[in-house]
Design a protein around this ligand. Structure first.
Ligand SMILES: NC(=O)c1ccc[n+]([C@@H]2O[C@H](COP(=O)([O-])OP(=O)(O)OC[C@H]3O[C@@H](n4cnc5c(N)ncnc54)[C@H](OP(=O)(O)O)[C@@H]3O)[C@@H](O)[C@H]2O)c1
Length: 283
């Protein structure tokens, strides 16, 4: 089984490396072969143990959720952990409830494991959104509540509007390229038991494109460390992202060989010296 980590302060265990679904399948325009590839990729990821599937109502105008629903129907429901997100224009009380119903229909399931506010929206009171999420939670339509792209202060505010549930995760961009969360958000999440779900952990695939550069000292460091551990540079980059116990990642891929490579990024750990070496090289 792929390495799992504790979700927030719950007893739930969640795959340290999951699967993103932004821009999978035919997106807005119908494309049968892209859809087929996406469904097969999701199924393969689950078989590899990357059973945390991240999606959102906005991805492909809902099509990504449909593909996830189609893919996971061949598994028992509790063999997959589905995260989805409500878009920032749907954060009024009734809109959240309706958005969730639509997602449930597209995903062909009676519950979403983790439901996130995709982006904050300052023009809609956060208290209203949190009340709606708590209702969905109480009705069993979502198992856990989370947020995405929230600052530490905003997570704290969102928490204050929940009467009995808690925020278990904050999904934010985190990779060797994008490390701005390290200053405030990472320590806040570690101290208060909020899982950080790292999105775009490969810099939207940029690492792969730049790896062959001989002159780039950051890539040289990545290649050297990878050689020492007999891992690939991509595996090292992902392992670096999930180095802290409260962080998990959701790289997107629709290729079998990439999915296998990404699954191999968990289950071992860079030693502290190499973790810091990379942090400094990429500083
Ligand atoms: N909450 C938010 O606001 C937010 C924002 C952005 C993304 N997300 C979520 O995070 C997920 C991941 O982020 P992302 O899609 O932006 O970027 P990413 O995971 O950093 O990179 C994806 C790119 O990397 C390539 N790739 C994956 N594994 C690879 C490997 N082993 N070797 C070489 N290339 C590899 C993929 O191509 P192949 O398919 O060809 O492998 C794809 O082009 C999204 O799919 C989405 O679910 C959330």
């Amino acid at each position: 089984m792929l390495e799992h980590r504790r979700l927030g302060k719950t007893d739930e265990k969640i795959a340290a490396i999951g699967l993103g679904t932004w821009r999978i399948g035919g997106d807005m325009t119908p494309d049968y072969s892209a859809d087929k590839q996406a469904i097969e990729a999701i199924r393969y990821a689950v078989r590899l143990g990357m059973n945390h599937i991240d999606t959102a109502e906005i991805y492909g105008g809902g099509h990504a959720e449909e593909l996830v629903g189609e893919a996971v129907k061949e598994f028992r429901r509790d063999e997959v952990f589905i995260t989805s997100k409500v878009w920032h224009t749907n954060l009024k009380y009734d809109d959240v409830l309706k958005a969730c119903e639509r997602s449930l229909r597209r995903l062909r399931t009676s519950y979403i494991d983790l439901y996130l506010i995709h982006w904050p929206n300052p023009s809609i009171p956060l208290s209203e959104t949190m009340r709606a999420l708590e209702r969905l939670h109480d009705e069993g339509k979502i198992r856990y509540i989370g947020v995405s792209n929230f600052t530490a202060d905003l997570v704290e505010e969102a928490r204050s509007y929940l009467s009995h549930a808690d925020i278990v995760a904050n999904q934010v961009e985190y990779s060797l390229y994008e490390r701005s969360i390290e200053r405030d958000l990472m320590p806040y999440c570690s101290e208060t038991g909020v899982t950080v779900i790292a999105y775009s952990p490969l810099g939207h695939g940029r690492i792969h494109r730049e790896l062959s550069s001989r002159l780039d000292k950051r890539m040289r460091a990545l290649r050297e460390v990878a050689e020492r551990y007999s891992k690939t540079p991509i595996q090292v980059a992902l392992n670096w992202v999930i180095w802290h116990e409260h962080v998990i990642a959701i790289p997107k891929s629709t290729r079998r060989e990439h999915l296998e490579e990404n699954a191999g990024a968990a289950g071992w750990r860079l030693d502290e010296r190499d973790y810091k070496l990379l942090a400094e090289a990429w500083g």
